[in-house]
Design a protein around this ligand. Structure first.
Ligand code: NAD
Length: 480
């Protein structure tokens, strides 16, 4: 019998933990074992009002706290997160399914994010403009926008909320954060850690419950000055509407459907290894996950067979298992959705080269899957699959590769694999996506801006742009 005690889901408001005023909503479930991990706290309207009051009150102090002091709290929190990493990562794997090594890496990247934004806080300065008149001072002062609503999904339960929380706090904003109801423990750990590092009560509040209830209540409030959401395009559209109705700025990190163009001149061993790692990371539940592999016709057959062979060799198991390479899908919805996407593609003529089926009877395990020559009418070619399925199609000329890449109205990430500097340059210039990986599936680094085009959203996280999205640039015209 297990002695593991999963962290209890609670709300964090005004520096204190409390039960949900409206009771609980649903049950946390371990996606590998289907064991229940306890209920999720459901905020009442009065809890949400308390969170608004706490964030509003705390802003008067935190917004005026010198940047160097804000940076001190964030830096201390980063060190404490690293000390607490083992327990946090374990709880994350048990809730979300990803291999423990990926969860530990996520905690490490979250700590680094706090440190990086701490540095960015003290590098954020205004400017003095040349005076138009004698005795005039024209100054631009950077000031925090105010309390922020941060809404995050379940695929990166710590890093995605932290990108918002760290940047907002660094800028001097206060935050009400709503983690995904399926993965609340990592955000709770962040709240406790920041509290222990000296963050004033109310500067970060955590609520969970019914997402639409929470977002409608909070976005309508005059206290909230900015909305930042990561999740699906469908929900992002609704939240953009709510933000617009209330004349509030928003950052939307939405879905993708990333093409990976593979030229004939690649080192095929290295490229297949990169594709396997890129596709199986977090079981494909990554908004930048490569999805449409567009491979030059001269290496198509070889690529498909080697990619499929390597994927069929991946160890899919409980994220806590010693030799695991890919965990279960995070929830039952995904398991069903992936099965349906594969069946639909095959029924429309795609060739199932490997995988395509659920593994076992317990847990949300799905085989890494390769579909070859999938017609563009198949749902998987149009909807973000968010799972371990790769569609491999062929191209002849570079224009054909670009046309296939641009067929969908999304633009989060795109990849190109080639040893030709000329191909790399043309594709980097021409591909319309927020981030381009050349011989790499990494397009997200804390020091670089990350954001999508078209249906993939608007605004940036990361980089100096990430801090800027929580700042107001105030112009002061001072005549002596
Ligand atoms: P979803 O968009 O329904 O949920 C994502 C997050 O948004 C969750 O935390 C959810 O609680 C929250 N949410 C949902 N409705 C909300 C509302 N009205 N107000 C505030 N928050 C709300 O996605 P899902 O069902 O969990 O997954 C479906 C698809 O979403 C996936 O297949 C994938 O395409 C996409 N997705 C994308 C990302 C990403 O990082 N871009 C992350 C998760 C899911």
């Amino acid at each position: 019998m297990s002695t593991y005690d999963h962290p209890t889901s609670r709300l964090f408001i005004g520096g204190e933990w409390r039960e949900g005023g409206a009771g609980t909503v649903g049950d946390l479930v371990n996606p590998a074992t289907e064991d229940s991990l306890g209920p999720v706290a459901r905020a009442s309207a009065s809890d949400l009002d308390d969170a608004l009051t706490a964030a509003g009150d705390a802003f008067t102090g935190w917004g005026r706290t010198p940047a160097i002091a804000r940076a001190g709290v964030l830096t201390k929190a980063a060190a404490m997160l690293r000390e607490r990493s083992d327990a946090i990562a374990r709880a994350m794997t048990i809730e979300q399914g990803k291999p423990l090594s990926e969860a530990a890496l996520e905690v490490a990247l979250s700590a680094e994010t706090f440190e990086w934004f701490a540095g960015e806080a003290i590098r954020s300065h205004g400017r003095t403009l040349p005076a138009r008149l004698p005795g005039q001072r024209q100054i631009v002062i950077n000031q925090p926008l105010g309390p922020v609503l941060a809404l995050a999904p379940w695929n990166f339960p710590m890093l995605l909320p932290v990108r918002k929380i760290a940047a907002a706090l660094a800028a001097g904003c206060t935050v009400i954060a709503k983690p995904a109801e399926e993965t609340p423990s990592a955000t709770a750990a962040v709240a406790q850690t920041l509290h222990d590092a000296g963050l004033p009560a109310g500067a970060l509040n955590i609520v969970t419950g019914v997402p639409a209830e929470i977002s409608e209540h909070l976005i309508a409030s005059r206290t909230i000055r900015k909305v930042s959401f990561t999740g699906s395009t469908a929900v992002g559209r609704e939240l953009s509407k709510l933000a617009a109705e209330n004349a509030k700025p928003s950052t939307m990190e939405l879905g993708g459907h990333a093409p990976a163009v593979i030229f004939s001149d690649v080192d095929i061993d290295k490229t297949v290894a990169a594709c396997v790692a890129g596709k199986t990371r977090n079981a494909g539940q990554v908004c930048t996950s490569p999805t449409r592999f567009i491979v030059h016709e001269s290496i198509f057959d070889e690529f498909v067979s080697r990619f499929a062979l390597a994927l069929s060799d991946i160890t899919v198991a409980d994220g806590l298992a010693a030799n695991v390479q890919m965990g279960p899908l995070a929830n039952r919805r995904r398991l069903q959705a992936i099965g349906e996407l594969v069946d639909d593609a095959v029924s429309q003529g795609a060739k199932l080269v490997t995988g395509g089926h659920r593994i076992g009877e317990t847990g949300n395990f799905f085989q890494p899957t390769v579909l070859a020559d999938t017609p563009t009418s198949a749902r998987a070619m149009n909807e973000e699959p968010f799972g371990p399925i790769a569609m491999v199609n062929r191209f002849g000329e570079i224009d054909d590769a670009l046309e296939q890449s641009h067929r969908l109205d999304v633009g989060l990430a795109a990849y190109v694999f080639t040893r030709s500097a000329a191909n790399a340059q043309v594709m980097s210039e021409e591909l319309r996506a927020g981030g381009i990986g050349v011989n790499s599936f990494s397009v997200s680094s804390i020091e670089a801006p990350f954001g999508g085009l078209k249906d993939s959203g608007h605004g940036y996280e990361g980089g100096s742009e990430g801090l800027d999205s929580y700042l107001h640039h105030k112009y002061v015209n001072h005549i002596a």
